[in-house]
Design a protein around this ligand. Structure first.
Ligand SMILES: Nc1ncnc2c1ncn2[C@@H]1O[C@H](COP(=O)(O)OP(=O)(O)OP(=O)(O)O)[C@@H](O)[C@H]1O
Ligand SMILES: [Mg+2]
Length: 282
């Protein structure tokens, strides 16, 4: 196909040779299959902020590292320079997370380059060499569902041990590659230690895995891995080979007022983001 303008710069730089086809147009990006020498890769072209949904409205950007105080002030004020800085932080968060997770041994697409708002990465493929399906597009037996659930829980733990919470993990953001599940789509990934929402996001990620695989293996619906994982993490004793039980005794201790307020604030922010989304979809 004719290369779309956003990929032209990468062709000029010699980073890609040709554009084979468009794979997907998601909410936040367009994804293309490209050829680089004799390799096939995947190019994720981020949409401009105005065309995107509003995942970042829910304070995912809290505690994102910014380069300097001028940038931080501009981001807080919402000036044009500030919006550009937020934009850049959003896009580079995915690249940063991919490098960090690949180094920690998490099965994510191998990142190759990030240039002009385009992320070049490994194309995850199925056993025939075709672009891999999302979990949502596949049916599983009870045994397969249990096995993938266990694999993905270990991946979540490995990510957490590397200091990262995905924040939008679901059957739509996991591909079934020839070698098993591969986690994708990380621009909203947060720093596990420095973000007040990290716990809630981790619990939601783990609950999404349970609910999805629980459709195929209903016994999984009784499990409670999220709070167990977070508790071990917080006590500093979590490692990728810590045995997990799926059971957690919830403490009926003192009420954490700050925590409750945060949940209320989060619900409000999510509702605002939802309204913005429906408005922009109209
Ligand atoms: N590395 C990859 N290999 C194969 N397919 C990929 C890869 N990255 C993305 N895709 C495909 O492109 C789709 C969109 O990618 P991604 O989820 O990263 O972007 P998005 O804009 O956030 O999409 P959405 O809004 O649908 O979540 C994925 O569902 C998947 O089918
Ligand atoms: Mg996605």
């Amino acid at each position: 196909m004719k290369a779309p303008p956003r990929l032209q710069a990468l062709i000029e730089e010699g980073l890609i040779d040709t554009v084979a086809r468009q794979l997907m147009s998601g909410k936040e990006a367009q994804v293309f299959v490209v050829r680089c020498g004799d390799e096939t890769r995947c190019a994720k072209v981020y949409k401009e902020a105005t065309q995107r949904s509003f995942r970042q409205a829910v304070d995912y950007t809290e505690n994102r590292k910014v380069k300097n105080t001028r940038q931080a002030r501009a981001m807080a004020k919402g000036s044009r320079f500030g919006r550009q800085a937020i934009e850049a932080a959003w896009q580079s968060a995915e690249v940063d997370a991919l490098y960090r997770l690949a180094a920690a041994g998490v099965r994510v697409p191998k990142p190759y380059n990030f240039h002009e708002g385009v992320l070049l990465m490994e194309l995850v493929t199925d056993e025939h060499g075709d672009a891999a399906p999302r979990l949502n597009d596949v049916m599983f037996t009870v045994e397969q569902a249990r096995a993938h659930h266990a694999t993905l829980l270990t991946e979540v733990v490995r990510m957490l041990c590397a200091g990262v919470v995905h924040g939008d993990l679901s059957e739509f953001n996991i591909l079934l590659g020839a070698d098993g599940p591969v986690i994708i789509d990380l621009p909203q990934a947060v720093d596990a230690a420095g973000n007040n929402h990290a716990k809630r996001m981790l619990l939601r990620d783990v609950a999404n895995l349970r609910d999805f695989f629980g459709q195929f293996a209903p016994d999984l619906l009784q499990t409670d891995y999220g709070p167990e994982i977070w508790d071990l993490y917080q006590r500093g004793v979590l490692s990728p080979d810590t045995p997990l039980t799926g059971k957690f005794k919830h403490q009926a201790g003192a009420v954490d007022v700050g925590g409750v307020m945060r949940v209320i604030d989060d619900a409000r922010a999510e509702e605002t983001a939802r309204q913005l989304r429906t408005q922009s979809a109209r």
